[in-house]
Design a protein around this ligand. Structure first.
Ligand code: PEP
Ligand code: MN
Length: 449
């Protein structure tokens, strides 16, 4: 089939005829147009061939042969683009990946919520403090976090800052993952600053010793595989701001097809997944692997319609359902979805996001999550798949490599009264490094059982 490049490029914009939820209202549309024109001239952040490779990896997840670890900040921030923050986050994901690969004996596909996760859907358009009502913060790509009138005005120039922040982040991630830092022989080094202070760090150290022994054994046998020296790592974010995503959508010269080159994988969130609206239309035009968040109101019929719209060829790896029901609903709601989707012959990857259905406000006013609820939702997800004989394909979590106090519980327990100590998130509460490692160990146990 030959594809007319012109037709394809314009089809990145067919969403413009449809209602688009959660888009900023820019006061100056001329300025927005100029920014879009600039973004259209910028080089891709990722190569379309990498998106295809990730689709192959996710196909293995959909077929039950691999496990997806997807994680990172709820909202990245421009002032978080520093070597320390990026290294800590990556290190946490690499440690979780090592735990899952070794303890669950399964290939782990590693995808960050990173290098593009700057835009947030919000449940309320405004926020009131001390009698002052202002527009809500919608992520650094839209407006400022400060509670001032000036900061909260959407500024299209921020779309360009998002592009540059994503580019610098991705550059460092690529350097770390291919330049030696992610070498499995560093499995101890990732833990150095951590081991003494935390139970999960100590547990990790034990596992790292076993990995070391296994590698020494292999070396002694005369084999030292290249696979140990680098890590395949992919970027992902919510495709929320369609002006940005479509400006970064390009025709791939190899295939003549459209790819959103702002990240390897993009997902459509719970608040923007209306079947006849703009976000699903946009997602249907691009070849990237697509995720759809499925909340507790999702019907099986809806799930089947996502497949019709986004994966009509039933191509494993194309579509990932990221289920975020809440610990109290997952066991009731998920079975029918999995049963009907499986019966339809589609091979989607099923992933659990055990964060977004389990958020509550502590008495102190902090938005938080209980580690035990997160764990319970993951357990429910595994139970449902086990009962149906289907594959629990992975986890999607909000985490940071920093020592924050945003979620309560975990082996190195954070109490409600600790929340104020290091509550740094710009949006939802994240697991800290110790809680993330705890989760990886517990998930590995569930996977093995
Ligand atoms: C998110 O992933 O940060 C998010 C807003 O999730 P959801 O769309 O599932 O609510
Ligand atoms: Mn979130």
């Amino acid at each position: 089939m030959t594809v007319n490049a012109k037709t394809s490029a314009s089809s990145a914009n067919t969403w413009r005829d449809l209602p688009a939820a959660q888009q900023p209202e820019y006061p100056d549309t001329e300025a927005l147009r100029a920014v879009i024109a600039d973004l259209e001239s910028y080089p891709p952040l990722v190569f379309a061939g990498e998106c295809d490779l990730l689709r192959d990896r996710l196909a293995a997840v959909a077929k039950g042969e691999a496990f997806l670890l997807q994680g990172g900040d709820c909202a990245e921030a421009f002032d978080g683009v520093s070597a320390d923050h990026i290294r800590n986050k990556l290190k946490t994901l690499l440690q979780m990946g090592a735990v899952l690969t070794y303890a669950a004996s399964v290939p782990v596909v590693k995808v960050g919520r990173i290098a593009g996760q700057y835009s947030k859907p919000r449940s309320k358009p405004t926020e009131t403090r001390d009698g002052l009502t202002l527009p809500t913060y919608r992520g650094d790509s839209v407006n400022g976090f400060d509670f001032t009138e000036a900061a909260r005005i959407p500024d299209p120039e921020r779309l360009k800052r998002m592009y540059h922040a994503s580019a610098s982040t991705l550059n460092l991630v690529r350097a770390f993952t291919t330049g030696g830092y992610a070498d499995l022989r560093q499995v101890h080094a990732w833990n150095q600053d951590f081991v003494k202070s935390s139970p999960s760090g100590q547990r990790y150290e034990q596992l790292a010793r076993e990995i070391d022994n296994a590698m020494n054994f292999m070396r002694a046998c005369g084999t030292d595989p290249e696979e140990f020296k680098t890590v395949e790592f992919y970027s992902s974010h919510e495709a929320l701001l369609l002006d940005y995503e479509s400006a970064l959508t390009r025709v791939d010269s190899r295939t003549g097809q459209l790819y959103d080159v702002s990240g390897h994988m993009v997902w459509v969130g719970e608040r923007t997944r209306q079947l006849d609206h703009a976000h699903i239309e946009f997602a249907s035009k691009i070849r990237n692997p697509i995720g759809i968040k499925l909340g507790p109101s999702t019907s099986a019929e809806e799930a089947l319609q996502y497949i019709e719209r986004l994966d009509p060829e039933r191509e494993p790896g194309r579509l990932t359902f990221i289920v975020r029901m809440g610990a109290d609903k997952i066991r009731d709601k998920l079975p029918e979805l999995v049963e009907k989707v499986t019966a339809s012959g589609a091979a989607v990857a099923w992933i659990t996001d055990p964060m977004h259905g389990n958020t509550y406000e502590a008495a102190s006013g902090h938005k938080t999550r209980r580690f035990d609820d997160v764990l319970d939702e993951v357990r429910g997800f595994f139970e449902v798949h086990k009962a149906l004989g289907t594959h629990p394909g992975g986890i999607h979590v909000e985490l940071t490599g920093d020592d924050v106090t945003e979620c309560v519980g975990g082996g190195d327990e954070i109490f409600v009264d600790d929340l104020h100590q290091r509550y740094e998130t710009a949006c939802d509460p994240r697991l800290n490094r110790s809680q993330s490692l705890d989760l990886a160990f517990l998930v590995a146990e569930m996977y093995r059982d």
